[in-house]
Write a protein that binds this ligand. Structure first.
Ligand code: ATP
Length: 219
């Protein structure tokens, strides 16, 4: 069965979520209060509807309860974002993801029961900063304020050594949870596995330990 989503707010962020979900063959109801935005998505989304989602009666009339997941991508109007979240919680939507503008907005969203809060600009800024400070860090996923998973490009310094030789866990406190080698991926590699030059290491650990590993082991 196809997955069914509702995306509210068709700015750059919400709009790109709609397009990607459609690419991934999901059904998407796209909602915006602006008829112009809705017209843009009429031929892209499964359904596109012009509704101000702070209008409770109008929102209830859309039968949103039957959708698996609602994404609220209303940006600047924090009040509208909060009110929409509140109404959807009352309607009984099972999963709600909301884009937050700032930490205060996030706090309120969590208090009223948003299941997931995202900060696309802040998170992308952090990812790009991490890529900038380290040429070897290819990608970065924040698990919490302190812990992350990163993709690190192996180089000549590591190539030819096995994980046991490098003793990474004891020396740096990080774990290599997988190795990408060309099109293959070695999940939970064995200690005797030798690292090759173009391997991409998937490393989990605290940010401090990851940076220590990246600075000391690769240079
Ligand atoms: P982006 O950075 O993703 O472009 P943004 O942060 O600039 O977005 P806005 O443009 O403020 O965010 O809002 C995104 C969309 O949400 C707009 O198209 C706007 O019309 C829509 N929107 C705002 N308030 C409501 C509302 N109450 N009901 C439905 N849609 C709304």
């Amino acid at each position: 069965m196809k997955k069914e989503f509702v995306v509210i707010g068709l700015g750059r962020f919400g709009g790109s979520i709609v397009k990607e979900l459609i690419e991934l063959e999901a059904d998407v109801m796209a909602i915006d209060k602006s008829q112009e935005r809705v017209d843009e998505f009429a031929n892209i989304a499964t359904q596109a509807v012009a509704v101000d989602t702070t209008d409770e009666a109008a929102l209830r009339s859309l039968g949103i309860r039957n959708f698996e997941h609602v994404v609220i991508a209303i940006g600047e109007n924090i009040q509208a974002s909060i009110l929409t979240t509140l109404i959807l919680k009352e309607i009984g939507v099972s999963r709600i993801t909301v884009k937050a503008q700032n930490d205060y907005h996030e706090k309120v969203l969590r208090k009223i029961g948003a299941d997931q809060v995202v900060h696309p600009e802040r998170d992308m800024g952090k990812r790009i900063a991490n890529n900038l400070v380290s040429n070897n860090i290819l990608d970065y996923l924040e698990l919490s304020d302190e812990y992350s998973i990163v993709e690190i490009q192996a180089n000549d310094h590591l190539a030819g050594s096995s994980l046991i030789d490098l003793d990474i866990r004891a020396k740096f406190g990080v774990n290599i949870v997988a190795i990408k080698r060309g099109t293959h991926i070695l999940v939970s590699p064995q200690a005797i596995e030798q690292i090759e030059v173009n391997d991409i290491l998937i490393v989990i650990g605290s940010d401090l330990d990851i940076h220590r590993f990246e600075r000391k082991a690769l240079h």
